[in-house]
Design a protein around this ligand. Structure first.
Ligand code: SAH
Ligand code: SF4
Length: 433
């Protein structure tokens, strides 16, 4: 697998920056200024680092260093306010990064402050179905209306514009009430690889295959580019990050974790506001559990038994469901933290009430919650979105068994929202053009 030759500063930690500054004959405190400019100030070009002497900026530039932000190649704005970016890197590869004002409810009930906010935002207890049912009805797939917007002249639907400006929906707690007038809340869905090697049968990213890992700088760069475009002020605005874009984060573990540390220490996003989703790279779960700083953990379960999971997630043949569940039982959760199981419902494949009972047996005894996601359909995906009735029956059974279960709010269906969908469709269009 080819890794690009990088002279990007983005992605380097304080120690690495100190070594560079030292080689250029400057004092160590200049590295701290560089670190601060890269991550806290979010300066995108060396010229903007006015805290540094001109000689050092010139020296960095002569040594071949650049900041290394990705370029916004395309930007699609949904009627629901979701913005889907195609971000390009120096070697011509690109990934998707998604901005979701108000999030998608995915963290609701996971025991973290961001989860509490989503719960308050949903204004429901896990067993209250009305609102979710409405969301689900609203999200019926079928009509894909493409709204192509370029960064320089993005046409935002009025609803989207309103939701951009409106801080958050009615909340419950006094704290949320107070924050409403001053803060926005949003979630960015971040990619960790170009494509993915895991080959899940329902996923459009799988169709791309694995092109390459992203560097730590490319992972952080996605977030910086979106924060800049959306004019986010941290820490005033509340930002959640989900590593649920293209790729399998635990197959690019070191770069992913380096990015997490830079986001916490540099950009200022608390670890409690980050969630990583994995398809179940079992040996990495113990490493991840031992990290002093780590996001919350979500696992893509998607099937309740070995046979079906191996069919739709072939990785199960390598790391069985039994091994995955054993590793999760050993996973050291923090106080209040809940493990999240993601379950993509595929019509008449894994959405039967008997399969819901199997999920209950699997998950029983774990401090966990379940997120149900109705399949986001797409070309070349041989599955159907389940009916609302089946989704609600599935949720109801889990909830009655005492497992907090939520239905993820589908976002941006009109702009190709399925994981990997935009990237894949853009590639198809390019190939056919
Ligand atoms: N590779 C990681 C993270 C990226 S995928 C993982 O698999 O967990 C993020 C989530 O999107 C996963 O839970 C996955 O099951 C889900 N997903 C993939 N394709 C989807 C589709 N077509 N519709 C709905 N969810 C999908
Ligand atoms: Fe890769 Fe996740 Fe898609 Fe599976 S669902 S192919 S692991 S990105």
């Amino acid at each position: 697998m080819n890794q690009p030759q990088h002279h990007e500063l983005l992605g380097l930690c304080l120690q690495e920056l100190t070594e560079i500054v030292d080689r250029l004959g400057e004092a160590p405190y200049r590295a701290r200024q560089l670190f601060d400019g890269l991550y806290r100030q979010r300066w995108s070009t060396l010229e903007r680092f006015t805290t540094l002497p001109g000689d050092l900026r010139a020296g960095l530039s002569e040594a071949g260093f650049a900041v290394g932000w990705p370029r916004i190649e395309q930007k699609f704005v949904s009627v629901d306010g979701t913005v889907r970016y195609l971000l390009g890197f120096a070697d011509g590869q690109s990934v998707e990064t998604v901005w979701m004002p108000e999030g998608d409810g995915g963290e609701a009930g996971d025991g973290s402050p961001s989860g509490d906010e989503e719960l308050a935002d949903l204004d429901l207890s896990p067993c209250h179905l009305g609102r979710e049912s409405a969301d689900l009805a609203q999200a019926r797939p079928g009509k894909l209306q493409r709204s192509v917007c370029h960064p320089e002249r993005s046409e935002v639907a009025p609803e989207a514009e309103r939701s951009r400006r409106t801080p958050i929906r009615e909340g419950r707690s006094a704290q949320l009430q107070q924050s409403r007038s001053t803060r926005r809340r949003a979630t960015i869905c971040v990619s960790t690889q170009v494509g993915c090697a895991v080959d899940c049968a329902f996923c459009m990213t799988a169709l791309l295959g694995l092109r390459r890992n992203l560097t730590a700088g490319e992972i952080v760069g996605q977030i910086l580019a979106v924060l800049h475009d959306q004019q986010v002020a941290l820490p005033r605005d509340r930002l959640n990050l989900v590593f649920m874009g293209q790729g399998e984060p635990f197959l690019n573990y070191d770069n992913f974790m380096q990015a997490v540390r830079l986001l916490v220490e540099g950009v200022g996003v608390p670890e409690s506001r980050m969630t990583v989703s994995t398809s179940g790279i079992v040996p990495r779960l113990a490493d991840f559990g031992a990290e002093p700083v780590r996001p919350k953990l979500a696992v893509s379960l998607n099937a309740p038994n070995e046979l079906l999971r191996a069919r739709i997630m072939p990785i199960t043949k390598k790391w069985t469901l039994a091994k995955l569940m054993a590793a999760l039982r050993d996973f050291p959760l923090r106080p209040r933290e809940r493990l999240t199981f993601e379950y993509v419902l595929l019509g008449d494949v894994n959405d039967d009430i008997r399969q819901a009972r199997e999920v209950v047996d699997l998950v029983r005894g774990l401090r966990a919650k379940v997120n149900l996601i109705a399949l986001n359909p797409g070309p070349e995906i041989p599955f159907a979105t389940p009916t609302d009735e089946r989704v609600l029956a599935f949720q109801s059974l889990l909830t009655r068994a005492g497992i907090p279960t939520f239905i993820r709010r589908p976002r941006g269906r009109d702009i190709y929202a399925a994981c990997g969908q935009l990237k894949h469709i853009t590639d198809l269009v390019q190939v056919r053009a």
